[in-house]
Ligand binder design. Structure first.
Ligand code: SF4
Length: 396
């Protein structure tokens, strides 16, 4: 797997909880598109090891993800220009997944049909809730009816792969309103659901209100009960949980997210975007101005980059795969020279006995019960890196 991520840093209005980089004004959106095309050109010769265009060994991208921000603020024409340029500069698999994040308040049937024609084949709607007071609390620009209409429009435009985001542990939310939100979402039959607990990110308006004592956050017990309700409701409805927060119909797992969670390479473009190639992580300037200045000077707009040690790569790989669809035992040994089953003892035995982890012979995977205590398990499991082999720590 090999991903491509493009960050589109514009929103109609900032949501109170959001710490993604985005601007409320779309004044510079046309100039942004031109600069993004230039960054595509600048970045395209950078290939991961093992792929050499000159020798005809090219690793095709299996997923392209337009995130933000609100990519659905881009006109279909702009999206089409970007997609055309990506095809010119990169080798993209014919069956690649092309996702665009959409705010339900920004779409029309015509726009969605045009995005589909341009090559987008997967949509991700930030729905969050169907309860008016919760949407207002989160400062969302859409209401429940618009979320329903967006899904109808998406299906009519030919999208057969649609995600919806759902949020729980919103102050004021009850088990009843969460249950209502889940049932409204299930009535729309999305192919994929991402369900997240509200996080109070530093620097957001919501965090400031929390610090001033203006908000009573949901208690840990209720948060846990809500998460349990989400897991039970969605798995009973036929969705497979394949990551702590992600649920999919069979065959509809998000390829792009699996690229992240399997420790595979992804190139990232746009302000604040983070990429990962082989052992190096880079991140672009989190400022439209700084990013634009660099790109227009013909330089990669990276704020910084770091090369991960073997120990860090091992820790990250174990953490990400265990929280997702499981850690492949043979591949782990091949990558890091560590017998995972032995390294995780005696904890692994306890987790299996308690029904939190399954060893199916090839993979160690969390169960539904295991996902509920996944923070505890993942934190404990990565501690083995401190105990075992010195070869792991010295070979990075
Ligand atoms: S629409 Fe999405 S990216 Fe924009 S502010 Fe809201 S949550 Fe953040």
């Amino acid at each position: 797997m090999f991903g491509l991520y493009l960050h589109i840093p514009f929103c109609e209005k900032k949501c109170s909880y959001c710490d993604f980089y985005s601007l409320e004004s779309t004044e510079h959106i046309d100039a942004f598109v031109n600069t993004l095309l230039t960054e595509i050109d600048l970045r395209s010769p950078v290939m991961p090891s093992g792929a050499c265009p000159a020798e005809g060994r090219v690793e095709a991208h299996t997923s392209v993800f337009f995130g933000g921000g609100t990519p659905s603020l881009l006109s279909p024409e702009a999206m089409s220009r970007i997609i055309t340029r990506l095809h010119e500069r990169y080798t993209i698999a014919p069956d690649a997944e092309w996702t665009m994040e959409c705010n339900p308040g920004t779409v029309t049937p015509e726009r969605l049909a045009a995005y589909r024609t341009a090559g987008i084949n997967r949509l991700s709607f930030g729905v969050q809730s169907f309860t008016a007071s919760e949407l207002t609390f989160l400062d969302r620009i859409h209401d429940a009816d618009e979320a329903v209409a967006a899904m109808t429009m998406a299906r009519e435009a030919g999208f057969d792969n649609v995600n919806m985001d759902l949020m729980f542990a919103v102050p004021g939310q009850t088990m009843e309103t969460l249950s209502y939100n889940l049932s409204r979402m299930l009535q729309l039959a999305p192919d994929h659901i991402s369900a997240y607990s509200l996080i109070y990110e530093h620097g957001t308006p919501l965090f400031a209100r929390l610090k001033k004592g203006l908000i009573t956050p949901t208690s840990e017990d209720i948060d846990a009960a809500m998460y349990a309700l989400v897991i039970t409701t969605l798995t009973d409805a036929g969705y497979e949980q394949y990551e702590v927060s992600n649920f999919a119909r069979p065959g509809k797992q998000c390829k792009h997210n699996l690229t992240y969670w399997h420790g595979e390479n992804y190139i990232a473009l746009g302000p604040s975007a983070h990429g990962f190639i082989d052992t190096t992580r880079y991140w672009n300037h989190r400022s439209l101005t700084a990013w634009t200045t660099k790109v227009n000077a013909g330089e990669l707009p990276e704020a910084n980059r770091e090369t991960l040690t073997n120990e860090e790569l091992c820790t990250e790989y174990l953490f990400l795969t265990l929280r997702a669809d499981g850690t492949p035992i043979a591949e782990f040994e091949q990558r890091f020279g560590v017998d995972l089953r032995s390294a995780l003892q005696p904890d692994l035995g306890h987790w299996i006995d308690a029904g939190f982890v399954i060893d199916n012979g090839t993979t160690l995977r969390l169960t539904g019960e295991g996902y509920r205590v996944c923070d505890e398990i993942t934190v404990k499991s990565i501690q083995f890196v401190d105990r075992v082999p010195s070869s792991l720590r010295s070979s990075g």
